[in-house]
Write a protein of this length. Sequence first.
Length: 156
Amino acid sequence: MHDESGGGDPSHRAFDPGRFGWAGVDTRVYKAGEGPWRDVTRQVLFQPQGDLPVEWRYFEVAPDGWSTLERHEHQHAVMILRGEGRALVDGDVRTLGTLDLVRIPPMTWHQFRAGPAAPLGFLCLVAADRDRPQLPSDEDLAELRRDSAIADFIRP
Ligand code: MN
């Protein structure tokens, strides 16, 4: 199909189950020690283009890994695509299974963790024009830890 906007993503990318990735999409590794996450990879599946001013990403958290504990004004629409795990979502720790849907509301702390036996892979939709994530201050962490379930869950 002709691309009227003159660029952007190809019209088809084949999925490669061997590396759980898509043709021509780089898998970016978030290396341990560079930030407040552990064993997370990211693939950008769709870039913002034309009347779709959104970015669609696939994140994978390896067994026992976790994503950054953060909040921001922009929302996430998430579908669990692979595996299982748990997440801090809107004040609760939820158990997540394959194909579950998760919405992260504005300015709510969130973090995804894989269990010990399987990775947690999820699709995450965000607006192209979005604010930068905020990390918790010591005061924010103290407030979060008032809830014992959240205190046990959050990492590092
Ligand atoms: Mn986020």
